[in-house]
Ligand binder design. Structure first.
Ligand SMILES: C[S@@+](CC[C@H](N)C(=O)[O-])C[C@H]1O[C@@H](n2cnc3c(N)ncnc32)[C@H](O)[C@@H]1O
Length: 232
């Protein structure tokens, strides 16, 4: 690992706003935040721009940035410490394991910001809006909880709309081009690191927010790939 990465990995171990694979954390978030305010997650948070900026805007809500890459969350965690933003924390885990870290139905909203689109059909199960993840989110979210996706990937945006239709989710907002009329209103004007790069490349930024159904999300059986799909 490069020196800078190693230093950041070492630094986050000393930060009291970063948890790495914590044990028995489910009941401890209110102790960490010292309140029972609603909790909002930012999945694939990277440097945590959404978590930190929304924490500043909503002092009566708690934000937790979740990612596996500690050297990226270092940036947001360090800023939060420097600016005394106490209603934001970071959790370094694999999102597949997220149910271990929260009580059922304890989360108000989930933001998913520029997740990897995993374009190959064989990798679709890694997309953070795949059936598999929606089923996890259903166990995490409070009834009527909201999921937000911001992405530059037309494929992931269309895939997510298919998931939303398949599970008869309630669409709250669906914006095919966030910057069509200039800078969008808060919080869509928060720009993440990857978003900045995509905007420089003139990519279209898309956003959809929705509520999951009340009925249990079932994961359809695996589709067998044909030869052409399997070879992609
Ligand atoms: C393209 S980056 C986006 C980061 C940030 N949201 C941004 O917009 O700048 C995707 C992030 O998702 C994280 N990620 C992808 N799959 C993950 C998983 N299953 N568990 C934890 N983190 C994951 C990666 O580590 C990476 O930091």
């Amino acid at each position: 690992m490069q020196g800078k990465k190693l230093k950041r990995f070492a630094a986050i171990k000393t930060f009291d706003n970063v948890y790495e694979y914590p044990e028995n954390m489910q009941d401890k978030w209110s102790t960490h935040f010292n309140n029972d305010h609603p909790i909002i997650l930012e999945l694939a948070c990277g440097k945590g721009e959404y978590s930190v900026n929304m924490a500043l805007a909503f002092p009566d809500k708690n934000f937790i940035g979740v990612d596996v890459k500690g050297n990226r969350m270092f940036i947001g965690a360090k800023r939060a410490l420097a600016e005394n933003i106490s209603n934001v924390a970071f959790l370094r885990i694999r999102i597949e394991q997220i149910l271990q870290y929260f009580n059922p139905h304890s989360i108000s909203e989930i933001w998913i910001t520029f997740p990897d689109p995993f374009l190959r059909e064989g990798k679709a199960k890694n997309r953070l809006t795949h059936h598999k993840f929606l089923a996890l989110y259903q166990q995490l979210l409070k009834p009527n909880g909201i999921i937000h996706l911001k992405t530059d990937s037309v494929e992931l945006y269309e895939f997510t709309q298919e998931m939303v239709a398949h599970h008869t989710c309630e669409v709250i907002q669906n914006i095919g081009d966030v910057y069509k009329n200039g800078t969008p209103a808060f919080p869509l004007n928060i720009q993440t690191f990857y978003e900045g790069m995509h905007l420089k490349d003139n990519r279209t930024i898309r956003y959809i927010s929705f509520r999951l159904p009340q009925t249990k999300i079932e994961i359809p059986p695996k589709k067998k790939l044909n030869e052409e799909e399997a070879s992609l």
